[in-house]
Ligand binder design. Structure first.
Ligand code: ADP
Length: 499
């Protein structure tokens, strides 16, 4: 029987053996210095999945010391081919255990199997892409105009110890997105998983050890944001923080980084516009616009939550998106048929249902969803159905603020210049969508929208080779692509006088 079949029949996941999960520091599995643990729960059922070591400042100090020792030790002499081989080995192990990892993501943060299974190509692709990059990192020989004879060239060197702080909305891919470039470049990492979903990162840490990643190169310290996360962000011996999460936490991390002026890259929130013109191929735009928000229950930073629809098709289109949402199966992510799982936590449920109430108070009209889902075995989980609010205007809070739930705010528009201005009238700039059959409009919008990604006649397309990141308050730095690898490198100029 497969791991998933076992779970579907009420059995347990092999990683969940009833023992508290420890943290990985310097190649050893340790309890927290305080001895404390915290619970991680299944958001579909409210059941406790495991006790997890609760890291705090002392543990972060130990992990950073281990990462520093590894960085200056034999790891600094690992050749590009050796680092490549490690990444390829890790990819092989992730592939071997993919179903187990998929199930762990589903258990810990709720995303349906239909989604976590689909991450296969992306997760493996990322590891193999970074493996390729490991042998492609190089400096340049640059001609100079100094009198006398000088040769000048650059070296690309790993930035050092990286503090990686990740969110809970895609634990498997988020972990790989941070560890991959670190191993490719020769950095070392202290990774702090989100307290809501620490299990997959810990399992990947085990796979790193199995792959032969040297002790101290990858360390994983679970714990809370305000304690372990804050200690990592402020640590004087951390050279860079790679953070994915909310805007407010991103700002706290930038402030904390000032102590040693560590490098920071930030992938933060969004309130992304998704623009549907009347000339779009509506058959594909309806599911496209719906899943741009309902996928992962809306818990995706680049979700296309401000749905701008050209006035003459507004009623028809928005109605169809609502019908599409109503037909999606909401439930425990472990069921094969589930398309929309629970929200990650009780706190997130409160936040999203709070916005549903705000939307109604502001005068928006729910065409679908709009209330927490209970009954039929859903009472103990945190379920909110796909919700479409019509009659939304730009000044409403549901059109301005990130909800991080399956909630579409549908807004009518009349012309292209107007929709460009309104799309850009936000502090965020992460994703954006455009649905049209007019190639001129597509090109115009692709340039005019101030966001890190513009998806035309698709949404959320991602590839390890294509950079992803934000404009404005959605953050800075890029993940995926060569730009991502550069974020983990320093450039050193070397001058040699030969005359
Ligand atoms: P969300 O609201 O989506 O949970 P957060 O930004 O709070 O997003 O969390 C993302 C990650 O940041 C988590 O790993 C969390 O523990 C961590 N975190 C939260 N607060 C801080 C902080 N003050 N300093 C560093 N990390 C933090």
């Amino acid at each position: 029987m497969t791991v998933i079949q076992t779970l579907q029949q009420g059995g347990r996941h092999p990683f969940l053996d009833g023992k508290p999960k420890r943290m990985l520091i310097g190649g050893k599995w340790l309890e927290a210095a305080s001895g404390k643990t915290f619970e991680t729960i299944n958001p579909a059922t409210g059941e406790v999945l495991a006790q997890v070591a609760e890291g705090d400042k002392e543990d972060i100090d130990r992990a950073v010391a281990a990462a520093r020792a590894a960085f200056t030790g034999p790891w600094s002499r690992a050749t590009p081919y050796e680092r490549q081989a490690l990444l390829l080995k890790l990819a092989e192990l992730v592939e071997r255990d993919f179903e187990e990892l998929t199930a762990l993501d589903t258990l810990d943060m709720g995303a349906p199997l239909s989604r976590t299974r689909n991450n296969r190509a992306r997760a493996l692709g990322m590891l193999r892409y970074y493996a390729g990059q490991a042998t492609s990192i190089h400096g340049e020989t640059i001609p100079n105009s100094l009198p006398g004879e000088h040769v000048s060239f650059t070296l690309k060197e790993p930035v050092g110890v990286v503090g990686a702080i990740i969110p809970w909305n895609g634990p498997l891919t988020a972990t790989i997105w941070k560890i991959g470039p670190a191993l490719a470049t020769g950095c070392t990492v202290v990774l702090k998983p989100a307290e809501e979903a620490p299990l997959t990162p810990l399992r990947i840490a085990e796979l790193c050890m199995e792959a032969g990643v040297p002790a101290g190169v990858v360390n994983v310290v679970p714990g809370y944001g305000e304690t372990a996360g804050a200690a990592l962000a402020a640590h004087p011996d951390v050279d860079k923080v790679a953070f994915t999460g909310s805007c407010g936490t991103g700002q706290a991390i930038v402030r904390a980084s000032a102590g040693n002026l560590k490098r920071v890259s930030l992938e933060l929130g969004g309130k992304s516009p998704d623009i549907v013109f009347a000339d779009a191929h509506l058959e594909s735009a309806v599911p496209g616009a719906a899943m741009a928000v309902f996928a992962n229950s809306g818990q995706i930073c680049s979700a296309g939550t401000r749905l701008f629809v050209e006035k003459r098709v507004y009623d028809e289109f928005v109605g169809r998106v609502a019908e599409f949402g109503k037909a999606l199966k909401v439930g425990d992510g472990l069921r094969d048929e589930t398309q929309v799982g629970p929200l990650v936590s009780a706190q997130q449920l409160d936040r999203v249902t709070g916005y549903l109430a705000i939307g109604r108070q502001e005068g928006a009209r729910p065409l679908s969803g709009g209330e927490r889902l209970t009954g039929e075995g859903l009472d103990k989980g945190y379920f909110v159905p796909p919700t479409v609010f019509a009659d939304v205007n730009d000044s409403m809070r549901i059109a301005q603020e990130e909800i991080f739930g399956p909630v579409i705010s549908a807004i009518p528009f009349t012309d292209i210049e107007e929709v460009i201005a309104r799309s850009n009238a936000t502090t965020f700039g992460l994703g954006s969508g455009v649905w049209t059959r007019d190639v001129s409009k597509a090109h115009k919008l692709a340039r005019a929208i101030r966001a890190g990604s513009v998806w035309v006649n698709c949404y959320q397309a991602m590839d390890p080779a294509v950079p992803f990141g934000g404009y404005k308050m959605s953050g800075y730095g890029r993940e995926s692509g060569m730009q991502h690898v550069e974020e983990y490198l320093n450039v050193k100029a070397v001058w040699i006088r030969t005359g």
